[in-house]
Write a protein that binds this ligand. Structure first.
Ligand code: ASP
Length: 318
């Protein structure tokens, strides 16, 4: 069988270990595992990389433990505006939505934009209306709210008042989920979904729904999903730059990924990370924060996952 692989991240805005209960960490890890298994089942059965990344992201959107879908960040107005994108490395087809408020699984809407419209990116209320017409599940905006994000919003507002915003943790500020996959036909795909930054101005859009900034996939080279302060990722077109480094400069996936996260992002002093897969199924998942929820299953069929430095491995039954 040709190599298959799935890689996921749950954002580089990870909490310090002692700031969540053991049960919360266990639930976070269980969601990462469920996300990987959902994608792996599809890939093992000969399914497409696109289906695999969508399935992986849906699991994390539905979990309250990640900043995407249920559990997403709040804007300065205590509302949710969600962004998502998906890209097909076989065709360079891409779809994205941003600043949506009612779509239960924004990644499904991004896919619908790619497959059922002539657009790449649809914004705001019209994107919600498009999703509704596509028959996707719609929810009240409050469905996305969790106590953790409300606390983060209150804390960030208080910090802003006191002038101590710089001391806010990465976890208070942001997060994202993403997935990349290689299927048995050699096709690559990437998907990203986020609530963006806590306390973000209404209407602010980061890199996650911007093709080439937060998401990119191109057969023969790589698929990548990014996490970190979107403004900087947009300026550096990080996701596309990963592909360009591999394509034009013949850098390996690991070298190019490390250079982007550890060198290019360094002067900005921002939290940053990504997950990427190459055409052979090798996975890179660098980050520069104290942790990044992440996991992958490579061609060897071993499942790896972790939220901080240490990783757990699980050999899957074949
Ligand atoms: N990239 C996301 C944004 O800027 C946030 C994150 O990944 O943490 O909206």
């Amino acid at each position: 069988m040709n190599p298959i692989a799935i890689g996921i991240h749950g954002g580089c805005g990870t909490l310090a270990r002692d700031l969540q209960s053991t049960q919360d960490w266990a639930e976070t890890e269980a969601a990462l595992e469920a996300s990987l298994r959902a994608a792996w089942t599809i890939l093992k059965a000969g399914g497409s990389a696109l289906d695999a990344v969508e399935a992986a992201v849906v699991v994390m959107e539905d979990s309250p433990h990640f900043n995407a879908g249920h559990g997403a960040a709040l804007t300065e107005n205590a509302e949710h505006e969600l962004d998502a994108s998906i890209m097909d490395g076989a065709t360079l087809g891409a779809g994205a939505i941003c600043a949506v408020r009612r779509i239960r699984n924004p990644i499904k809407a991004a896919r619908a934009v790619m497959e059922n419209s002539d657009c790449v990116l649809i914004v705001g209320d019209p994107a919600d209306a498009f999703a509704r017409r596509q028959g996707l599940a719609m929810v009240e905006n409050g469905y996305f709210t969790t106590a953790r994000r409300q606390q983060a919003l209150a804390s960030l507002k208080a910090r802003k008042e006191r002038g101590t915003l710089a001391a806010a943790s990465e976890a208070e500020r942001h997060g994202t989920v993403g997935a990349v996959a290689l299927d048995a036909k050699g096709n690559l795909a990437a998907a990203t979904s986020t609530g963006g930054f806590n306390n973000k101005p209404a209407g602010r859009v980061g890199d996650s729904p911007i093709i080439g900034a937060g998401t990119y996939a191109r057969n023969g080279a790589c698929a990548v999903s990014c996490t970190g302060q979107g403004e900087i990722f947009i300026r550096h077109a990080v996701a596309h730059d990963l592909w360009a480094r591999m394509h034009y400069a013949a850098e390996t996936l690991h070298r190019a990924s490390d250079a982007l996260i550890h060198d290019v992002m360094k002067p900005y002093k921002i939290g940053a990370g990504l997950v990427a897969v190459d055409a052979k199924g090798r996975i890179a998942a660098p980050y520069n924060t104290l942790g990044m929820a992440r996991g992958w299953i490579g061609p060897d069929g071993v499942l790896h996952l972790g939220t901080h430095e240490e990783m757990k491995s699980l050999v899957l039954a074949s």
